[in-house]
Each structure stands twice: as C-alpha cells, then as structure tokens.
Design a binder for this molecule. Structure first.
Ligand code: NI
Length: 183
C-alpha cells in the first residue's frame, strides 16, 4: 500500500469526530491499517490516526524503536488500536514537548495524564488492554484526541511554549544581542 498524503492543521476533516469501526477482520479495515502503517513509516511518525489520512474511523496506530523525531524516548511497541478508550489513573498530569505530523515542524508544551489504562481491539477484533505511563501514555492520548477532532495545539496552556522546532530548540537564539532593542 502506498503512503497517503497527511492532512494538515486547518483541514476541516481534522476537526471531525470519527465513527466507531462496526466490523473487524475485513479487507477494508486491513487496507486502512496497511495504508496507515506505510504513511507513518514514510513520515517517521510515532503515531497516526485515521482522520489524518482523511478516514473518519476510530483507528489509531503508534509505536517506534528509534524514532528520529523523538530520539531520546523509550521504545513503544507497534500497536494498532481500533475503537480505543482511555481511562486516566489518578489526576496527575505532566507536561512535555509534543509534535504532530499534521502540524509539521512545530512543537508545543502539552499537559497529559501521566498514567492511563487504554482499551480497544486489534484489527481482528481481539481485545487489547494496557496500563502505561509517561511518553507511551502521552502518545495514546494524542492519537485518541485526533478521533475526537482535537489537535495538540488546542491542549497547550502556555502559548509561549508553541513554535517551530528549529527556533524553540536553537540555543544560539537565547544569547541576547549587545545592541539594545535588537533580537
Ligand atoms: Ni498527531
């Protein structure tokens, strides 16, 4: 299956609520998942939700070993999750930098629940349930948000911590100029 174009922020599809998958183990679902896996791999993504390729179905994929977009993260097993649900474990949240293939070249500082249980099904209809924390929990919350039409910039509380990755993480930009009034 070829990688599909990824919709970018501003596209109305990304604001829609996706519909539950009604039938498992079908050629249509297998094709969708294959397209999503190819699309995520081609873009070096850590996760992808079906609406990002214009399909309003409740399907997400995530996982990586050594991801160039997130080089310092622990690996997350490659997972396909259909009709996912998230249950936070406690009220504790933590904030971290987050990106999205639909918001290219940018990063934002996003609060998420630190520990969650997620449940759903694999494409054959077998139940999946995991208790996770940290970056793994973050990725799942990010992807499931896509199914409800929410992009991570909507979760940012401090908009001074949203910008282009290149500028945000360029230490040389922090040096103040000798000339007052210039930047
Ligand atoms: Ni995303």
């Amino acid at each position: 299956m070829p990688a599909q174009p990824i919709l970018r922020i501003g596209h109305p599809c990304l604001l829609q609520t996706a519909l539950p998958v009604a039938e498992f183990n079908t050629p249509e679902l297998d094709t969708l998942v294959a397209d999503m896996l190819d699309t995520m791999a081609a873009a070096d993504g850590a996760g992808l939700a079906a609406p990002q390729i214009g399909v309003l179905q409740r399907v997400v994929i995530f996982g990586f070993e050594n991801n160039p977009r997130y080089p310092e993260r622990d690996p997350v097993a490659l997972t396909v999750l259909v009709n996912p649900e998230i249950q936070p474990l406690g009220d504790e949240t933590e904030s971290d930098w987050e990106g999205c293939l639909s918001v290219p070249e940018m990063r934002g500082w996003v609060p998420r629940y630190r520990r969650i249980i997620y449940r759903g099904f694999d494409p054959q209809g077998q139940p999946v349930e995991r208790e996770v924390e940290g970056f793994h929990a973050r990725v799942v919350q990010h992807e499931v948000d896509h199914l409800d039409g929410i992009l991570y910039p909507q979760r940012i509380e401090d908009m001074t911590k949203f910008g282009f990755e290149k500028e945000l993480f360029d230490d040389s930009l922090e040096e103040t100029s000798d000339v007052e009034g210039s930047c």
